[in-house]
Design a binder for this molecule. Structure first.
Ligand code: 16C
Length: 258
């Protein structure tokens, strides 16, 4: 078992997961631990440079302006609190490929290249073209994980999905019409329960979910900085609002899934 320091959260899944035997596993496990730790940091803990660029009710989106070789790679950090849904539900609908076309509006095509285990998949996606740049595609592994709640041991588990670019020998980068983008995305979800005072069973009215979404996308090749920043300023808020509304709608008549 993993050795833990005081206050550290255990993030290693049970040693039975088939993903443990996979060639990508050391990378996946390292990245998940790193991304969860970074996502848990508040805006103030990450040093200066975070700028608020979008706000709508409880949703706040921050970015840091960064460029590599003249390409915009601005990191994004969004926080949101959504009533009536749990962290497990949010991560379930984000991870599971059968729902992706329902909520992912920039998507043109999605294929599951490899089903490593129930909690780990490799995707190939093509996205809509942004004029005047070339169309983009991306190959990434996606891993869903339950994390014990270290702050409230009796409280619901914390859930996360981490997506990170990887290579596929069968789908090499930049050979067709698409330019390959590179991404690291972490969705971290914490359920809050406000138990009814009269001891009645917990309903959807008694739960809310704190969502943290962090992303870094490298466009992989030329794209005008002004267009790219204008696109993500519009698309990230659209994504988080549409996706959370989708989860609310999907779950409203279903039992709570903690
Ligand atoms: O995390 C999200 N989705 C996951 C499941 O699909 C996964 C995939 C992320 C792909 C994000 C990059 C897609 C950019 C493609 C180009 C955008 C087309 C816009 C078309 C407008 C008509 O992790 C949710 C992702 C939410 C995406 C918001 C858009 C971010 C744009 C970032 C700039 C990309 C550089 C493109 C260079 C031309």
């Amino acid at each position: 078992r993993e050795k833990l320091k005081t206050g550290q959260i255990p993030v290693t899944p049970p040693p039975t997961s088939p993903a443990l035997q996979h060639r990508l596993w050391p990378d996946i496990d390292r990245l998940v631990k790193q991304q969860v730790a970074m996502s848990r940091m508040g805006i103030g803990d990450c040093g200066t440079g975070w700028q608020l660029f979008a706000e709508d009710g409880e949703m706040k989106m921050y970015r840091r302006e960064e460029e590599i070789d003249g390409m915009v790679v601005d990191p994004l950090k969004a926080v949101h609190i959504v009533k009536g849904i749990t962290g497990h539900e949010v991560c379930h609908y984000f991870f599971n490929p059968k729902y992706r076309y329902d909520w992912e509006t920039t998507l043109e095509h999605m294929t599951v290249l490899e089903n490593i285990s129930d909690d780990t998949l490799v995707f190939l996606q093509t996205h809509k073209r942004i004029w005047p740049a070339s169309q983009r595609d991306v190959v990434f592994w996606s891993h869903i994980r339950k994390l014990p709640n270290d702050q409230d041991r009796d409280g619901p588990d914390i859930w996360t999905v981490v997506n990170n670019s990887t290579e596929s020998p069968e789908h090499p980068a930049n050979v067709g019409k698409c330019v390959r983008i590179y991404l690291t995305v972490c969705l971290l979800c914490q359920t809050r329960v406000h138990p009814p005072k009269d001891g009645a069973p917990i309903t959807r009215d008694d739960v809310s979910c704190k969502i943290t979404y962090c992303s870094v996308v490298n466009p992989g090749g030329w794209a005008p900085a002004s267009v790219l920043r204008a696109v993500y300023k519009r698309e990230y808020p659209k994504f988080l609002k549409r996706f959370t509304a989708y989860v609310i709608n999907q779950t409203k008549n279903k039992p709570l899934m903690f």
